[in-house]
Every structure is written in structure tokens, then in C-alpha cells.
Design a protein around this ligand. Sequence first.
Ligand code: ZN
Length: 78
Amino acid sequence: MNTCRSCGAQIRWVRTSKGHRMPLDPEPHPEGNVTPEPATSPAVEPLAVVHAGPVTDRPAWRSHFATCEFAAQHRRRS
Ligand SMILES: [Zn+2]
């Protein structure tokens, strides 16, 4: 588990199908749209599928970029 350098919240990193790293909130959320795949190795970040809308048939997470109170700083840095 990692922590957000901006707000100190716990996050976990996943990698999207496009190869981008994305931090997720630690807990699933009813409006989450990101579903990580099981990790193939502890050494690599799990792949995650980013859906167009909320996923309701299984646990889904939200990108911490979307929920972080310092999201604007994340966007400026990237
Ligand atoms: Zn944050």
C-alpha cells in the first residue's frame, strides 16, 4: 500500500490497458469505474480495466486522481 504524496491518503497503484499508472482509492466505491485484475506477481502493478461508467455487478474502485483534494496538482505535474 502506498500513500498519496499530496493528501496522505492510502492508495494503490494499477496499470491501465494503455500502460498508464493510476492510483486507486483503497476501498471500492458504488460509483467506481475501475476494476483491477488479479496481480500476476507482487513485483508488478495489477492491470486495471477503466470502464466508461460505474460498475455495479462487482466491486469497483475510483481513481484517486478523481477524488484527491489535490487533483489539480496531480494534473499539473503530469
Ligand atoms: Zn491525494
